[in-house]
Design a protein around this ligand. Structure first.
Ligand code: HGY
Ligand code: MN
Ligand code: MN
Length: 445
C-alpha cells in the first residue's frame, strides 16, 4: 500500500477518535470536539508546511504558499463536522487528502505557482442547527440573519455559538455578531481564485458497480429541508374513544408514509424524515404534538418543486381530515449546482491518467461545493465506498482507492502548475502514490 495512502488512513483513523459522544463519532458545529479536531488537523497542516488559521466561524484554513506572492489561490477542502454516529470518511477525507498530497510535494521540494488553501469547514451537515453549510457560508460571507437566529436543542442561537467560540459575551456584542462584529465577509474575491476542488466518498453505489476507484461529479442535487410541527390533542389513552381523538403522531405517521409513496413513484426524487419527536411522550397519553424534519432532493429543481407541491397537498388533506394543526418551517433551500465543466475536465484528465478511465456522476448528497459555487468554479472527485454506505460507522473506502485519489490529486496539482506556464516542476523522486503515474514531467497543454 503506497506510503502516502497509509499515512492518510492513519490520519483518518486518528481524527475519527475525536468525538463529542464517546463510543461513536459525532462532531458538531463549534463543539468541544470541533476545537480538538481543529487543533489536531492544524498540527498536520503545519507539518506539511502550511500556514494555519481558524476563522470566526471555526473554519480551519491552511495555506501552502506559492513561490510568487501575487499568485491566484486554489481551494481544496471539505467539512470536519459529522452526522451523529458517523463514519470516518464523510468530510475529513476531503480535508486530510490534500494535506497528505501537499506534504509529499513539500518533501519533494515542489513549490506550486499558486497558493493552495486547504479548508476544513466547521459545519456542513446541519446536525446541531437545522441549517446546513454554516461553515462554507461563513467563509463566503453568505451567513444570513435567519441562519444566525437558528437555535439548537439547548436554545443557543448560531450567533451566540459564534460569539462564544470567539470569546465574546453572548448578547453583549454587536446585534448582528456574525455579519458585522466579526466581519464575516468572503475570504477571497472571485477573481483571486482558480477554483474549489473537493474530494469526497461517493456515498452511493455507482463507482462500485462500475468497478472504478474514483469518478468526477457533474452536478450536485438541489435540496429542501423543513421542520414540521403537527399539533392535536393529548389525552387519556384508555378513556378517549378512537373517533374522538386528534392524535398528532397518527397524523404524522400517515404523512411520513405518504411522503415515501410520493418519492417512490417519482423518478430521481428522494425524501426522508430523519428525526422525529413526540410529546408529551408517555405510553398512556395520546400524542399531542409531533415535530419532525423533512429532507427532499432532486437533480432537477423543477421536479423537486413539483414534488414539494404534492407533499404540501398531502399534509393539508391529513391535517383537515384529522383536525390537526401543522406548521412548516423551511430550514434549508439549495438549488441544484452544476460543477464547472472546465475545472472538472482538468480533474477528469488526471483521473484518466491515473485510473485509465473516467466517469462522471450526479451527487444526490449535498456538499460545500453548493455554497462555494457562488465564490468560484467548483469540481468534485468521488471515491468509491463499500456498498455505497455512508452516514454510518461502517462507512469504508479502501487504502488502494485512497491511493488512487491521492495520485489523481497530485497529478491534478502538477498539471495545473505546469499549465500556469511557470517554472517546470523538479523531477519527482520516483512515483509516490501509484507506480507508473505521470509525474514530474513538464507537460504541455
Ligand atoms: O446531507 C447531505 O447530503 C450531506 O451529507 N451533508
Ligand atoms: Mn454527510
Ligand atoms: Mn459530506
Amino acid at each position: 500500500m503506497a506510503h502516502a495512502a497509509q499515512e492518510l488512513v492513519r490520519k483518518l483513523g486518528r481524527l475519527s477518535r475525536v468525538t463529542d459522544e464517546p463510543g461513536k463519532l459525532t462532531r458538531t458545529f463549534l463543539s468541544p470536539a470541533m476545537k480538538r479536531a481543529n487543533a489536531l488537523v492544524a498540527g498536520w497542516m503545519k507539518d506539511a508546511g502550511l500556514k494555519v488559521r481558524v476563522d470566526s466561524v471555526g473554519n480551519l484554513i491552511g495555506c501552502y504558499e506559492a513561490a510568487n506572492p501575487k499568485s491566484k489561490t486554489l481551494l481544496l477542502g471539505s467539512h470536519l463536522d459529522t452526522v451523529r454516529d458517523a463514519g470516518k470518511f464523510d468530510g475529513p477525507l476531503g480535508v486530510l487528502l490534500p494535506i497528505v498530497a501537499l506534504a509529499d510535494l513539500k518533501r519533494r521540494g515542489v513549490k506550486l505557482p499558486f497558493d493552495v488553501e486547504v479548508l476544513g469547514f466547521s459545519e456542513e451537515e446541519g446536525v446541531r442547527f437545522a441549517s446546513a453549510y454554516l461553515g462554507s457560508k461563513g467563509y463566503c460571507g453568505k451567513l444570513t440573519a435567519k441562519d444566525l437566529a437558528m437555535i439548537d436543542a439547548d436554545g443557543v442561537s448560531v450567533s451566540e455559538a459564534i460569539e462564544r467560540w470567539n470569546g465574546l459575551t453572548p448578547g453583549r456584542s454587536s446585534k448582528r455578531v456574525g455579519v458585522n462584529a466579526l466581519h464575516l465577509k468572503a475570504a477571497h474575491k472571485r477573481g483571486d481564485l482558480l477554483g474549489y476542488v473537493e474530494v469526497h466518498i461517493e456515498q452511493g453505489p455507482v463507482l462500485e458497480a462500475k468497478k472504478l476507484a474514483v469518478g468526477v461529479v457533474s452536478a450536485i442535487a438541489g435540496q429542501s429541508r423543513f421542520k414540521l410541527t403537527w399539533t392535536g390533542q393529548a389525552g387519556h389513552a384508555g378513556m378517549t374513544p378512537m373517533a374522538l381523538r386528534r392524535d398528532a403522531l397518527a397524523g404524522a405517521a400517515e404523512f411520513v408514509s405518504g411522503v415515501e409513496a410520493i418519492a417512490r413513484r417519482t423518478p430521481g426524487l428522494v425524501a426522508t424524515v430523519g428525526a422525529l419527536t413526540v410529546s408529551p411522550g408517555a405510553a398512556n397519553v395520546i400524542p399531542g404534538e409531533v415535530v419532525h424534519t423533512l429532507d427532499v432532493r432532486h437533480a432537477d429543481d423543477r421536479r423537486r418543486r413539483q414534488a414539494l407541491m404534492a407533499i404540501g397537498r398531502l399534509a393539508t388533506q391529513i391535517a383537515n381530515r384529522r383536525e390537526l394543526e401543522r406548521r412548516w418551517q423551511r430550514t434549508q433551500e439549495n438549488g441544484a449546482v452544476t460543477c464547472s465543466p472546465a475545472l472538472t475536465a482538468q480533474l477528469a484528465r488526471s483521473m484518466k491518467a491515473i485510473q485509465g478511465k473516467s466517469v462522471s456522476l450526479v451527487s444526490g448528497a449535498g456538499h460545500d461545493g453548493v455554497v462555494m459555487s457562488a465564490l468560484c468554479p467548483v469540481a468534485m472527485l468521488f471515491v468509491r465506498c463499500r456498498g455505497g454506505l455512508s452516514h454510518h460507522p461502517d462507512e469504508y473506502a479502501s487504502p488502494k482507492d485512497l491511493g488512487v485519489a491521492l495520485a489523481v490529486m497530485t497529478d491534478f496539482l502538477e498539471r495545473l502548475a505546469a499549465e500556469q506556464g511557470l517554472t517546470p516542476l523538479p523531477a519527482a523522486a520516483g512515483p509516490v502514490f501509484v507506480p507508473g503515474s505521470r509525474r514530474g514531467r513538464n507537460r504541455g497543454k
